[in-house]
Design a protein around this ligand. Structure first.
Ligand code: ADE
Length: 411
């Protein structure tokens, strides 16, 4: 039996799913094939992903492809309760609601593992974490899995390097059709969508401080500029700092940037990137948002300790922290992923690509049993997803002639 906030919310959830289905050519193409092939027949798939409409279409696809599917959310604030209800009404086992506390969140991860999965899809390593600790006895059943994020892949790399990884995992994040688009354009757009719909503030003419210039950070910085902001980037990596400079952004230390920013966006994957030493330097009214996987990038505990008062903002996703010096800092979505906790996640067309890679990577694992370890996405899968998208957009590209292929392959 599913665990939901309210099963009666299914109708608007179905509307959201129907909306996104129209713009997901990759998943639709897979759906056509899966109806006949049932590639996941007999498989039990446990999923921990942000539970919104696009994710529901992926879960539905795997279910239609023959699998028993059990799904929870990879963040306590990213579940959309109407979508969760809609998906559950279709026979998928769902354990999630928005605003789950720490214990409920952990219980839900365990509930999806109770199906004794043969395959997993993870976002940030929540399932893998439990399968390598309290649920270790289940790991032997797992034929493999796929990981969505940079943060999850970083954790898996550490586990694999210590030869501790108990089953094969595919690093979906590292595929070209994932990080080049999802991390950059997806995070760029969805982060600003979350900030703007939450605050209703003007970005043009403001100063935006972007912490981290990986694929996500550069997407956020580029969209900040597109909205008319001045952009300051903070980095720890000298090569990325040079990239940010050559992309036309200012680069400085957070210690200095703190006093300039109107908006701060953290996208580093690391902890305590903005802390008390920075809060005290910030302007009255500065907005703090995190777009990294975990809620550790802004030191929320430190902010709470420093503040003399916490005041309500314009909605449940904004809280004001009044500092002893009188200035108010506005924290969005409790410092959790602003694009999902205060928005709908990445645009539909982007998640179509990412989730196409997820489904195909699970299929790959079934067709090519692998030893425990971390594996890249099969290049043929990456190319197939790219081709389907071009076809859907009616975009044709040139092909190498035999002479050209020979020329490129010869000394
Ligand atoms: N929607 C579902 N999963 C997501 C993710 N990892 N990032 C952004 N939007 C999403």
């Amino acid at each position: 039996m599913s665990t939901l906030r309210n099963p009666d919310l299914a109708a608007p959830g179905h509307d959201k799913m129907n909306w996104v289905r129209r713009k997901m050519p990759v998943l639709n193409a897979l759906g056509e094939r899966y109806r006949h092939d049932l590639p996941f027949k007999g498989q039990k798939i446990a999923i921990s992903l942000h539970l919104e409409a696009k994710t529901a279409i992926l879960a539905e696809l795997l279910h239609k492809g023959g699998a028993d599917v059990s799904i929870t959310s990879s963040n306590p604030l990213s579940t959309q309760d109407d979508v969760a209800a809609a998906l559950a009404s279709q026979g998928v086992d769902v354990h999630a609601f928005r605003g789950a506390d720490e214990k409920e969140f952990d219980d839900f991860q365990h509930k999806v593992l109770d199906i004794e999965p043969t395959l997993i899809i993870d976002d940030g390593g929540e399932l893998t974490d439990r399968l390598h600790s309290s649920r270790r006895q289940l790991a032997a059943n797992v034929k493999g899995g796929a990981e969505e994020t940079t943060t999850g892949v970083t954790r898996l790399k550490a586990l694999a390097a210590q030869k501790q990884l108990l089953y094969p995992m595919v690093a979906v994040n590292d595929a070209d059709m994932k990080h080049l688009f999802d991390n950059q354009y997806g995070t760029g757009q969805s982060t600003w969508d979350g900030i703007m719909r939450t605050t209703n503030l003007l970005i043009a003419g403001s100063t935006v401080v972007v912490a981290g210039y990986g694929w996500c950070g550069r997407g956020v910085a580029d969209r900040s500029r597109g909205l008319g902001a001045r952009v300051i980037v903070t980095e720890v990596n000298p090569i990325r700092a040079n990239e940010a400079l050559m992309d036309g952004h200012q680069v400085m230390r957070m210690d200095e940037a703190a006093s300039y920013g109107d908006f701060f966006v953290t996208v580093t994957g690391n902890r305590d990137v903005i802390g008390p030493q920075h809060f005290t330097k910030m302007k009255d009214g500065a907005v703090l948002a995190n777009a990294g996987h975990f809620d550790v990038e802004v030191d929320v505990k430190g902010l709470r300790t420093l503040a003399t008062q916490v005041i309500a903002g314009r909605n449940e996703n904004v809280q004001g922290f009044v500092l002893p010096t009188g200035q108010v800092l506005w924290l969005l979505a409790e410092g959790r992923l602003v694009n999902l906790a205060a928005g709908d996640g990445h645009p539909v067309e982007i998640m179509d690509l990412t989730f196409g890679l997820q489904a195909l990577s699970l299929e790959y694992l079934l067709k090519h049993p692998l030893a425990p370890g971390l594996y890249p996405v099969d290049p043929a899968v990456d190319t197939w997803v790219a081709e389907i998208r071009l076809k859907a957009l009616n975009v044709a590209i040139d092909q190498l002639t035999a002479d050209q292929a020979h020329y490129m392959a010869s000394w």
